[in-house]
Design a protein around this ligand. Sequence first.
Ligand SMILES: Nc1ncnc2c1ncn2[C@@H]1O[C@H](COP(=O)(O)OP(=O)(O)OP(=O)(O)O)[C@@H](O)[C@H]1O
Ligand SMILES: [Mg+2]
Length: 253
Amino acid sequence: MARRRMIYEGKAKILYEGPEPDTLIQYFKDDATAFNAQKHAVIEGKGVLNNRLSEHFMSGLNAIGVPTHFIRRLNMREQLVRMVEIIPLEVVVRNFAAGSMAKRLGIDEGTALPRPIIEFYLKDDALGDPLVTEEHVIAFGWASQQDVDDMVALALRVNDFVSGVMYGVGIRLVDFKIEIGRVFEGDFQRLIVADEISPDSCRLWDIETNQKLDKDVFRHDIGSLTDAYTEVATRLGVMPRNGNKVSGPKLVQ
Ligand SMILES: Nc1ncnc2c1ncn2[C@@H]1O[C@H](COP(=O)(O)OP(=O)(O)OP(=O)(O)O)[C@@H](O)[C@H]1O
Ligand SMILES: [Mg+2]
């Protein structure tokens, strides 16, 4: 196979130049990181699961008219996506209090919020991805007012869709983070959902037992991350229940 040009290697994924203009290949690694990469492990099979799960959510969103970067899955660990200009913000939607918000505001984890709450975090590892307000976003030019309005609308649509899909398999979407990017189409530009939607970027709790089925399992060492992600994938029907080991092929350069 021809050597591909690597564009970027992040903590969880690698981006390669795609086969057509304005496309990228997103390769899902097995690496898991938490607490701004202070904690790191390689969890065999995680990349395969996240590739399938992100495909499931992104293709579902595409099908209901919420634009995403997802074009098609290429193999167990890779998917073809549209290249975007990433807005340097993590857009978080919260339905129940958890994580940093529960801590910061002294709210019990799991408390239902009166409405979905949207937060923006600046994507800056050196600063630890700080929480920022809409005022900061616009004043510092990370995005325009129109972008902010579009990001909020996109985030709420993603929230409704993913909450509904997860509710259907007995899982509560507590919160999630998305990244959004800009694409140019002729004289127009618009924002689309990029990066990934997976248990790495969502909090997912079993509706009956509150068992955690997301990256918190790794953050707080409360069981097997592969088992948790496999449970989500199996309930959604994206992985066979008899689950042959999901290690998948190794990257061939
Ligand atoms: N469609 C896309 N076009 C361009 N860049 C993308 C696209 N989707 C995701 N990205 C970027 O690709 C990278 C994915 O790699 P990964 O998630 O491993 O990064 P990361 O270690 O979390 O670092 P970062 O702080 O850059 O997000 C991220 O930087 C993300 O913003
Ligand atoms: Mg990332």
